[in-house]
Design a protein around this ligand. Structure first.
Ligand code: SAM
Length: 367
């Protein structure tokens, strides 16, 4: 054995002893120097008494009361780290973030940076805009693991919003999980258009078909006064989420949520029928990286037009005089959807509006 190899071996044994000694401290109370607070501000990070070299490590203490940084305190230790390891990690919360972004870039995620930030900020319990302030803070092993596991899932196409269970829409934070489509920001265009149209024309009775997480109905209820809203979905699980969101986001939840296969359980007439139905052609769903979202929320049948046919052909019977239908469409469905509407001969005025990227996005039909 060379002198160098022997030295390396001794160092590694030394490190092992040191780690074991450190682990013995977990759940025990020691004198600790408080050095900083963790990212999420839930823990103090400190050092055990340093005159014992084999026990030189970094410890985590639950932040139950205020302890000034730099002072000694008797604390119950809840986690420990080998000092070298901590130095490697702590230096690099920023590095952890950039490693995450790098991985997502390698998997060609379009919003790599945003997704990594959303995930890390959620794990740390801070806003993603505040992340930069915390770059030099320590982070627990648990949090690092949660972040790395999350990045692995996102790299395979799993929506980050299913990990955080949050999606911002119309300045509200909606709960989402695998039972509902992750709301797309494009749908804000439909909602904004509806808000101004309903205000302008003083409309009152609104039906939303295919509500999913409830974003459209809840946004209309939030930003409009004196409206009656019924929101439907075929999925019981989706309706449970929509109700949960309505209860959390509206001062008084007066949306009537009904389980219904399109118009099946609807008996009233409305001023407005609004919907973002499933509209992807069955056979191309697999080409998009959408395998984690419910097929029920995506599948628009063979030609992608199944639900537009139902809404436009049957919807007329559920509209009051002067009633309006407003639907979100795929960027390449304008002509086909307008054709369906023209064939009915029931709609006087047909308008198409574009999204912020210049794609056709909404069709509005006036009776
Ligand atoms: C594209 S998602 C829209 C969800 C939500 N409105 C949004 O914009 O994010 C379509 C929704 O239609 C629902 N759906 C599918 N088939 C349906 C049917 N036959 N009747 C009613 N709702 C249906 C799905 O469960 C899903 O929640």
């Amino acid at each position: 054995m060379t002198k160098k190899t022997r030295h390396k071996k001794i160092m590694s044994i030394q490190k092992e002893i040191s780690r074991k000694n450190l682990e013995k401290k977990i759940n025990n109370t020691y004198d600790v120097i408080i050095e900083s607070t963790s990212f999420n501000n839930k823990y103090y990070i400190g050092r055990t008494y340093m005159d014992v070299p084999d026990e030189d490590g970094v410890v985590f203490i639950k932040k139950e009361k205020e302890i000034p940084i730099g002072t000694f305190a008797k604390c119950k230790i809840i986690d420990v780290k080998d000092y070298d390891l901590v130095r490697r990690n702590s230096m690099k919360v920023q590095e952890i973030l950039s490693n995450g972004i790098k991985t997502l870039n390698e998997y060609k995620r379009e919003d790599a940076s945003l997704e990594a930030r959303i995930l890390l900020a959620d794990i740390l319990g801070i806003s993603k805009d505040d992340l930069i302030i915390y770059y030099d803070r320590e982070i627990t092993d648990d949090d690092i693991k949660r972040f790395e596991d999350g990045i692995e899932k996102i790299s395979k196409g799993y929506p980050v919003q299913y990990l955080t269970h949050k999606k911002d829409f119309m300045k509200m934070e909606f709960f989402v999980d695998e039972d509902v489509l992750v709301p797309r920001s494009d749908t804000e265009i439909l909602v904004e258009e509806m808000i101004s149209l309903i205000k302008e024309q003083n409309k009152k009775d609104i039906l939303e078909l295919c509500t999913g997480s409830g974003i459209i109905a809840i946004s209309l209820a939030k930003y409009l006064e004196n409206v009656n809203i019924i929101a439907t979905d075929i999925s019981h699980k989706a309706l449970e989420i929509a109700k949960k969101n309505a209860n959390a986001l509206l001062e008084s939840n007066n949306i009537n949520f009904i389980q219904s296969d399109m118009f099946e359980n609807i008996n009233n007439k409305f001023d407005i029928i609004v919907s973002n139905p499933p509209y992807i052609k069955s056979e191309v769903i697999k080409d998009y990286n959408l395998k984690y979202e419910p097929k029920l929320a995506l599948d628009g049948g063979k030609d992608g037009l199944k639900f537009y046919n139902i809404i436009i052909n049957e919807g007329y019977n559920y509209l009051k005089n002067g009633g309006i239908i407003a639907i979100e469409i795929g960027y390449d469905q304008r002509e086909e959807v307008i054709d369906i509407a023209k064939k009915t001969g029931k709609y006087k005025c047909i308008k198409c509006k574009k999204d912020l990227f210049g794609n056709d996005r909404i069709i509005i039909l006036h009776t």
